[in-house]
Design a protein around this ligand. Structure first.
Ligand code: AG3
Length: 280
């Protein structure tokens, strides 16, 4: 008998992967977590039935959520990651010697535990001494953080349903702005505008950020296992422009080997198709 996993992307579109093995199923106080071993994408983690990471395409997401802001301001030392329990974001951050400290605030310990057990290549830096891992609500954490503390905030969240909902609100973004330094950058996973169920979230996140930060742009990447495969990230900044302030030579000198990101693609990822421009 064949086993298939399906995420419903719209009322009329299903995305399915053939499954070798259902390795884990658990329920935390926040959400349901499953780990599946699939033929095409390797191991896959879902939260409440939605794809969060797969071994095969996680590099795209984690490269783009980390290296884009890091290449714009090479002096980033103190970083806050909200969510990101699988560890992919901190793994990429730890490749920069210049980063001194990362506070990672994940609401659900089960995500980190499952990542450590089933995704060692993604979670490998969760116990890095430069990473301070806290199992707390990100919304509360930013409320209580002091002004001007961070150079960079990365919001590595789920969709805005369930525990991730508060990470798409104006009050959350306002606190993020307050706790960023005067040249701080915020990057978020910004959903997609291709299918209607995600459009609203993508547009709202962007328009809320625009009310708070002087410079807000979206950039794109191809992530095959997310709805439509056409995914967006938000770049909100107090000072730096993601294109004008990119020092490509400087980033390339660091010698960081990446599978997706490069500084040409960095520039290109901000060049939006016409149908996408209309949304922002
Ligand atoms: N964050 C999840 C992005 C949203 C996926 N949405 C979906 N499948 N409907 C990924 C976390 C990776 N560190």
């Amino acid at each position: 008998m064949e086993l298939w996993y399906t995420e419903q992307h719209t009322d009329n579109v299903n995305f399915s992967l053939k499954v070798k093995n259902h390795l884990f199923s658990g329920q935390s106080e926040f959400q349901k977590l499953d780990v599946l071993d699939t033929y095409e994408y390797g191991k896959l983690m879902t939260l409440d039935g939605l794809v969060m990471v797969t071994e095969k395409d996680e590099f795209v997401y984690h490269d783009m959520i980390v290296h884009v802001p890091m290449a714009v301001n090479p002096n980033i030392k103190n970083v806050l990651v909200i969510g990101g329990g699988d560890g992919g974001t901190v793994r990429e951050l730890m490749r920069y010697n210049s980063i001194e400290h990362v506070d990672m605030v994940e609401i659900d310990k089960l995500v980190c535990d499952a990542a450590k057990e089933f995704f060692p290549t993604i979670s490998c830096d969760l116990e890095n001494p430069r990473v301070n891992l806290l199992y707390e609500d990100g919304v509360k954490f930013v409320e209580e953080s002091e002004d001007g503390k961070y150079d960079l905030i990365i919001i590595d969240s789920t969709d805005p349903i369930g525990p991730g909902e508060g990470l798409f609100t104006t009050s959350f973004y306002t606190n993020c702005h307050r706790i960023l330094k005067e040249d701080g950058i915020l990057v978020n996973q910004n959903e997609s505008v291709f299918y209607e169920p995600n459009q609203d979230a993508a547009m709202k996140a962007n328009s809320k950020l625009k009310k708070i930060f002087p410079l807000v742009k979206v950039y794109q990447a191809c992530i095959p296992t997310y709805p439509s495969g056409y995914w967006l990230f938000g770049f909100a900044s107090k000072k730096y422009d993601p294109i004008k302030d990119l020092d490509a030579a400087k980033w390339n000198e660091l010698g960081i080997k990446t599978k997706y990101y490069n500084t040409d693609l960095h520039v290109g990822s901000f060049a939006l198709p016409n149908f996408v421009k209309e949304f922002f």
